[in-house]
Design a protein around this ligand. Sequence first.
Ligand SMILES: [Zn+2]
Length: 482
Amino acid sequence: MRCLKLFALVSTLILSFLFHSTAQTQNPTAQALATPTPTPVPLPPPGVKVDRYRAAAARIIGAALTSDHAYARLAHLTDHIGNRLSGSSNLDRAIEWAVAEMKRDGLDNVRAEKVMVPHWVRGDESLELLTPVPRKLQMLGLGNSVGTSPEGISAEAVVVRDFGELDRLGEQVRGKIVVYNAPFTSYGATVAYRMQGASRAARYGAVAALVRSITPVSLQTPHTGAMAYDPAQPQIPTAAVTIEVAELLQRLNDRGEHPTLRLKMEAKFLPDAESANVIAELRGSERPDEIVLIGGHFDSWDVGQGAHDDGGGCIVAWETIRLLKELGLKPRRTIRVVLFTNEENGTRGGNGYRDAHRAEIPKHVLAIESDSGVYRPEGFGLAATAPPQVRANLLEIAKLLAGIDAAGIGANGGGTDIGPIMREGVIGASLDVDGAHYFDIHHTQADTLDKVNPRELALCVATMAVMAYTVADLPENLADRR
Ligand SMILES: [Zn+2]
């Protein structure tokens, strides 16, 4: 799941709230002076010298772009193991394979750290239009949803464009299936329908909720993803439909044809299952207790192959240290790869890592998550809360990536899996990529290896490896001034 935009939104809200309350206590007229886009703080001069890394960066980029190792690994993960939902035997097989291969690579401190994860299973599911024209409709149950009875739920559909329209209908949706046909604006904004749609409909007595897939385009491809129930409302089944299905139901609704549907879902939770975060390191030569963490999430939804989300992100982190080791580049600090479990429906991997490594959290110099797909890299997003000196220094380091056009340092960054340690003070960042087509396939049957461009994957490895190596090897500290 790409929570970055959501994460950015939440951070912005928190920051604007903090700014707002401080400004108001300091100056009662501050509200009138505040502008929606605050003037950027000028950055201090960089305190790190990167010229000494030009040769290493060139070697790393050359090696990454002439190797098919990362793609071959991703091909094994996707074609021979497949998708990897928490609690599934596929995820267990992926974890066992990664541990064995990392040991074969000769990486340091390879281990699987046990984490208990939720075990949601989809089972069989279907959606039928009963009237006015009987036909099967494309759907995909939302993760964490409850199921229906075996005979399913048959009811009239009421289509709304947004929550405001639902609120205006209010009790008129009682006993009906609410269909949210909200067009995609951004992932962070539109995902609210997937997350909260069921409970907001249940509040008015709806018996099920269907959500237009969170995507800008569709070829009849439904997109799953996590939903969450409001504990104050009854739990009703909920599923995604394609844009095509949502628009069909909208037209029938608008013509007053009162479409009726039958929804069947076997979805349920089994008892929590044992899983693990996979960890491997390239131990530092001088300051091995200081850590640059890089990673992604090894679990995926139970559709497609979890190729872009987030098999590719995991392979990028893993290949980074394998490649550095092959090149004989041993940094001063430790680079630690973490393949987190259970990002998609629980964040238990991220929370488990924080709990198991609490004592060394202050030793984490930087944490970089790759979970936006493995498209052409543009650079890194850095948490908005990072100190300006760190931002200035990372901008300087990123210049080493100008030759492959990946020297950007975005205004915000982080990730779901590193969120728990970021909240404990670790500076977080994300590998930023060209996201133009990520949400076309995100959480669908179409997130498969053929969507991954081998050269773009290699560029992601090059970008991550240059950044991780340089930050880990700096004689200075990441926050040092000139
Ligand atoms: Zn993801």
